[in-house]
Design a protein around this ligand. Structure first.
Ligand SMILES: C[S@@+](CC[C@H](N)C(=O)[O-])C[C@H]1O[C@@H](n2cnc3c(N)ncnc32)[C@H](O)[C@@H]1O
Length: 150
């Protein structure tokens, strides 16, 4: 299986999923960027993933970016990420904006994924995008993902 090195979760809330991602991939050289709009969430995020601070990757397992994901996406080169997970604004327009901002950042063969497939606005926006770009959507429980073709 492909090694996931550069990953980002957009919309972190309290860091529950971030903790799971770090837990799943602790054995690889994962560098997880966490993007959260609400600065008030920072203490809880840090609390929930505090045990990943020092015992992995020389203390460099994750990095928190506070601000609007649409703006933060501009800091990364196109094709930078092996894995992008969007779980931020679930309004139709918000999902479309996230897709437009983050899809170019996924490298060929990388994964573009997100949460809350059961949310109609998420499903519509992702289906529309996949149809337009002729991409295959895969589903598991509440998650959806697309592999970026070579
Ligand atoms: C559903 S929660 C995320 C849950 C988290 N992924 C988990 O599973 O533990 C959505 C989060 O996205 C954040 N958010 C909303 N719009 C955003 C944006 N434009 N950029 C970054 N974060 C955003 C909200 O503040 C909220 O914390």
């Amino acid at each position: 299986m492909r090694m996931l090195t550069e990953a980002v979760e957009v919309g972190v809330n309290e860091g529950v999923n971030a903790n799971s991602l770090l837990n799943e991939w602790w054995h690889g050289p994962l560098h997880l960027r966490l993007v959260e709009l609400d600065p008030g969430k920072e203490p809880l995020i840090r609390q929930n993933i505090r045990h990943w601070d020092n015992d992995f990757n020389g203390g460099n397992a994750w990095q928190l970016y506070l601000g609007d994901g649409f703006e933060i996406a501009k800091q990364f080169a196109d094709g930078f990420f092996d894995y992008v997970y969007i779980d931020d604004d679930h309004n139709y327009e918000g999902v479309c904006k996230s897709i437009a901002a983050w899809w170019p950042k996924v490298k060929q063969g990388g994964f573009f994924a997100g949460h809350d497939w059961a949310c109609d606005t998420v499903e519509w926006a992702v289906r529309e995008f996949a149809h337009r770009e002729q991409l295959k959507i895969q589903l598991a429980e509440e998650d959806w993902w697309i592999v970026r073709p070579y």
